[in-house]
Write a protein that binds this ligand. Sequence first.
Ligand SMILES: *Cc1c(COP(=O)(O)O)cnc(C)c1O
Length: 423
Amino acid sequence: MGGDPVLAAPPEYRWPIVTEQDIKLVTEMLGRAEIAYVGQEGQVRDLEERFCDYLGVSHALAVNSGTNALHSAYFGIELRPGDEVLAPTYTFMSTVTPLFAVNAVPVLIDADEWTGNLDPSLLEAHITPRTRAIVVTHMNGFPVDMAAVVRVARKHDLKLVEDCSLAHGAVSNGQQVGTFGDAAAFSLQSNKHVTAGTGGILVTNDARVHERAVLLGHFLDRSRSDVRSVEYLPFVPTGFGFNNRIHPVGAALAVASLGRLDEVIAQRCRNAEQLDALLAGIDGVQPPVREAHVDRPSPYGYQPLYHPEELDGLPIELFVRAAAAEGVPVARAKTPPLHRMPAFQRRDTGLGTYGHFGFQGVEYRVYRDGELPRSEAYVSRVLRFPAYPQDEYSAQELFVAALKKVGRNAGALVRWARREGLA
Ligand SMILES: *Cc1c(COP(=O)(O)O)cnc(C)c1O
């Protein structure tokens, strides 16, 4: 409505971090033409060993994306055509879309309306004789209640996969995410907390899952070194149709950023705790819900919840616009839940098939808007701030001062919007 903004501009969100040391290391690699590996060697070996050490798992397989790490996990746990997999509707799509590539059937599960994470109490009602696995995503760095998920998986003899792409280093009930199930995938894309630029990694304690994942996306040297079982040895020379190798330079960047992970998480947590404390005192914006089992989040963004009823009914869209005009880097949820997307709403995609291989007789589920209402409620009220990897306490104080100013003027904003025909 005019006037001076509280912040001239928000602080820059600088991520990914590429250090002088990273540049030196990569330059040396380029000088040696160290730009391709065929086996488990060099930076790839380092990356996999360090992931195993960090998580305390026996096997890691670096690949070229988080999406392919998930595809490898689904192939690894031996999903068969028509197997049903319980999966969150509120997640980045790559948690679920690789299920199409193995002709498995995603069964979308609603979210907890206050955390956005899959609600484990809803799982059992969706189990049928065809259910074979559960996949969960730890959204925005906050672990799903894994004790509850593991209980359901054990009781019904289901495989369990974790998508940890937004939660590197997060801890639930004293245990690292990525270590609760049969396999876990981490994206190493450039926005993520450990980054190769583009890349991903699959971890597991199950040698058979590892061998199958190797055979899906690696052949010759790499499969020769990793595949030991009599059953799978014959397939070492050919693999099974994909080349999922990560680039050595990406692997080197990921090794370096894994070394900085704990420090980065600690700073993101301190920024988040400051915002929690500041927001506790204002109307309209509720700090993110902290569940007791979460010992350490790995904050990927900062997501408080908006309550228009505390601000004269000011619609969230207007609140975000007004806050942005005050220089606050706030936005709404980026994507709707998957059940609202065409790939999950149409029986015929026009592609001829859903699964890559056109397996006959696999019936996919279709969903309607409103069918999984709690995920929609969450998306309708969640706000998104950057989780800065450096100290931004003074800027964050101004963010909250600006939100207070918007709140004080909520009534005037509603009237202004009506006059302008915006609300
Ligand atoms: C980023 C992400 C992926 C996909 O990773 P890519 O490396 O981009 O393929 C999968 N799941 C979640 C939850 C993600 O955030």
